[in-house]
Design a binder for this molecule. Structure first.
Ligand code: LLP
Length: 416
């Protein structure tokens, strides 16, 4: 299942990458349906079957094929914009299966979400709460709210994707949250149902999560003593994956899922518990298939120039993230160097200082773990069309699930 070598050639399930490159061109994201299903199944078993609500954080990958596949496992969606709301609807989710997170929501977005009767808002600030109260009053609606608490817990991850510390822009401190909840009557159009925390992303050490569970246990006890009654706790997402060994099973790359669910259940089980995983469901389900344009040396530095770029996968440039490089045809010799794209930026690097197979022009390679925050963070910088996505089905079929952008589609927005 998934990505593996057969007779020294890399395959996605039964399908050879050479065949895919011939049929669809490069660069292209290649997804394995069997991995997507395996990941969804594990999250369902660990969490939904234990009474949790699971909302897929669609910012990780909003492809409607993936969204509707996850829907069949009983997941809702966590959205952060009006665009994601539209995509959730397009993919078949009802309002009652949608929650709206995010540190800044426009008045138009609040209105749209109320009109669509979404399940609840995760509110991150006093100003947002005031604006939501005003909007709900105007529309004669009641908005269900979980307040996002910033617990000041260090998630021990890259600073750009840490959200649970005081210096991060997300959520509200416990004093403000307590103040709001003990003055709930001042917000007649808000139904305060619970708390939301999301401390960061790509968390590989379970300890920060366990600290969060303990923190919430203490804090919710304090709130109950002040007479505040809540029914829901959303623990957010953030489950990390193993980028060094990307072709492993989800329970190997993220081994603490079961312990985490059990611990949350044991300590916070009197609440309806939610999680909002993104990355763990999709990261290892896809690779970026690229062709080597050529190899070059500048002094003693060796570069492999490929047709994929940071416009397809910005994570190495943005977070210095490691993504595994695999040749589509196994090679004997290796050489230290960088894999870079054609974009006019020195930071257009997919892999840096890596012991790489000795590539030649026209070789194919894959950049792994391209299912999460890859296509969704893609851009058209240098007027490069957005790359297509294909799905290798469990039945061995392959099909486009997003086509390559055309040049007309890029230029048309300038015709005003
Ligand atoms: N819930 C909230 C409120 C979030 O802000 C996020 C991610 C998630 C859930 C899902 O987190 P996950 O399970 O995927 O870790 N672009 C970065 C990741 C940014 C994450 C933003 N928020 C990256 O490529 O690593």
């Amino acid at each position: 299942m998934g990505f593996s070598y057969r007779h020294n050639r890399l395959h996605c399930d039964e399908v050879d990458f050479q065949t895919l490159a011939r049929q669809y061109g490069t660069p292209v994201y290649v997804y394995s349906e069997s991995i997507l299903r395996r990941n969804a199944e594990v999250i369902k078993t660990c969490f939904i079957d234990d009474g949790f609500d699971v909302s897929y954080a669609m910012k990780a990958n909003p492809n409607p094929e993936i969204l509707s596949l996850f829907k069949t496992y009983g997941f809702g969606v966590d959205i952060v914009s009006a665009g994601e709301l539209q995509m959730a609807h397009y993919s078949g989710f009802k309002g009652s299966e949608i929650n709206f997170a995010g540190v800044g929501k426009t008045q138009a977005e609040l209105k749209l979400a109320l009109e669509n009767e979404i399940d609840h808002f995760n509110v991150e600030s006093q100003f947002e709460l005031d604006q939501l109260e005003t909007q709900a009053a105007l529309m004669g609606r009641q908005a269900r709210v979980l307040l996002r608490l910033n617990p000041d817990i260090d998630p021990q991850t890259h600073p750009h994707i840490s959200t649970g510390l005081k210096q991060n822009k997300f959520g509200m401190g416990s004093e403000l949250v307590s103040h709001i909840l003990t003055h709930a009557r001042e917000y007649p159009h808000i139904q305060f149902d619970g708390l939301h925390c999301h401390i960061g992303s790509q968390i590989t050490n379970p300890q920060p999560f366990l600290d969060l569970i303990d923190y919430l246990q203490r804090y919710t006890n304090e709130l109950s003593q002040s007479g505040v009654k809540l029914s829901h706790l959303d623990l957010g997402g953030g489950f990390g994956v193993n980028y060094e060994n990307p072709f492993e099973d989800i329970l190997t790359t993220t081994p603490y899922l079961e312990t985490y669910a059990k611990s949350a259940k044991a300590k916070l089980g009197r609440y309806k518990l939610h999680i909002q995983p993104g990355r763990v469901l999709v990261a290892n389900s896809a690779v970026l298939l690229s062709r080597v344009l050529g190899v070059k040396e500048n002094g003693d530095h060796y570069f492999v120039v490929i047709d994929g770029a940071t416009t397809d996968l910005i994570r190495p440039a943005l977070y210095n993230a490691y993504h595994h490089i695999s040749p589509c045809e196994r090679k004997e010799n290796t050489r230290l160097g960088d894999v870079v794209g054609p974009v006019c930026e020195s930071s257009d690097v997919l892999a840096k200082n890596r012991e790489l197979p000795e590539f030649n022009s026209d070789d194919l390679l894959t950049v792994a773990s391209a299912g999460a925050y890859a296509s969704s963070m893609g851009s058209t910088y240098n007027l490069r069309p957005r790359s297509p996505e294909i799905l290798v089905g469990v039945d061995g079929s392959t099909r486009l699930i997003r086509r390559r952008q055309t040049f007309e589609e890029m230029t048309t927005l300038y015709q005003i």
